[in-house]
Ligand binder design. Sequence first.
Ligand code: FCB
Length: 460
Amino acid sequence: MRRFSFPADFAWGAATAAYQIEGAVDQDGRKPSVWDSFCNLPGRILNGDSGAVACDHYHRYESDIALMAALGIKHYRFSLAWSRIVPEGRGSVNEAGVDFYRRLVDCLQAHGITPHATLFHWDSPQALDDRYGSWQSREMAQDFADYASAIVSRLGDRIQHWMTINEIVCFTHLGYGVNELPPHAPGTIVPSLKQVWQTSHHALLAHGMACQAIRAATPQPCSIALVDNFLPTIPIVETPEHIAAAQQAFPICGTNGGIVAPALTGVYHPTLLEQLGENAPDIQANDLKIIHQPLDAFGFNNYSGVYVRACDQSPGYEILAFPTTYPKMQMPWLWICPDSTYWGIRHLSETLDRPDLPIYITENGCAAADQVNGKREVIDTDRILFLQLYLQAAQRASQEGYPLKGYFVWSLLDNFEWAWGYDRRFGITYVDYATQQRIPKTSAQWYAACIRANTPIETE
Ligand code: FCB
């Protein structure tokens, strides 16, 4: 095994999200989220699966945490279910829901594991969808900030690492389609692209207002981050001209210019606004100020990227399509692009000019066609290859001095992979859903060995 050299205080972690693992969807006062409802719509989730039971983590969190501790994982990123804590989305707080996370965090700390809590990983209360169409309304931002304040005032004595929102593009641009069925909850088709951009604008506002609410409610110093899966542009060759092309393409690729850019720089990228024309969202006075809150860290969810080269014609760069034989893991979008790690980090620091901002890779991993063999083992050498390549690229960024502070593998456990149900397995631990047995895959042993073998280079 190759040894890695990350700084001595590098955070080695694993990540999960509430709806994907908890189950217990109607226990202790939890009310439905948009994902519960979305799973009930015929044909939206592969095999008709839902998160109703998932990994039953709500009841098995102690043994899951013990398993994590046994692997030497010292940091855990999980999410809180808004509809456990404020079941109607606004109004009264369900203390029984808060208690679950209090027990979870206490158990983590008893095992020497630092909690990193994401306030929102897509499972917003159904009641708010019924009331005003969730992210279609600006009211969602205020309700989210109130929920943030409710939880931070209760658990802020135990949690110092907060992440506001996970991957805005997924629950907005993929949750509200134009002319086609959106693959993510709430799964509402809105009439125009402008309305789609309005949903992500409201989510940015929710992030900004939640940052303010967390700072007001926390009883101790804490770190606040936004988590995003922006699209890294990779120069096809690392020559000055192609690097410049990748940097030029970065803010206008995918939704980068309208999500990560306003969050980190306080403006929507002008070229994006120009391209959107009348489809640009309505932005009220002060919105960008609220959105552009000081952050203590940034969470980079890193799976894939896109190759870019310089070209003579306007706009001076070209985004390259993947050839059909380009290697992929077991998702249609999961091209293996380890250089996306290095370039993603570098674009945040350099292209968006935020060298001050500490970065965590808050998700990295892959789905593979895992098989349990006759000895009840899962030998996932393909996942090991994937993780190793990405960690090497992360190490390069770290060694070049970019402020990479930690890495969370997605995921601790196989889990409910949204529209793909249980058909796709991203865990380093196999879950036998019939029995809820956990089988650490070979990649879990490999990851544990990486953590143990990390040999920091001494710096002055
Ligand atoms: C990310 C999500 C996470 C998981 C992985 C595979 O987009 O944040 O919940 O589904 O993809």
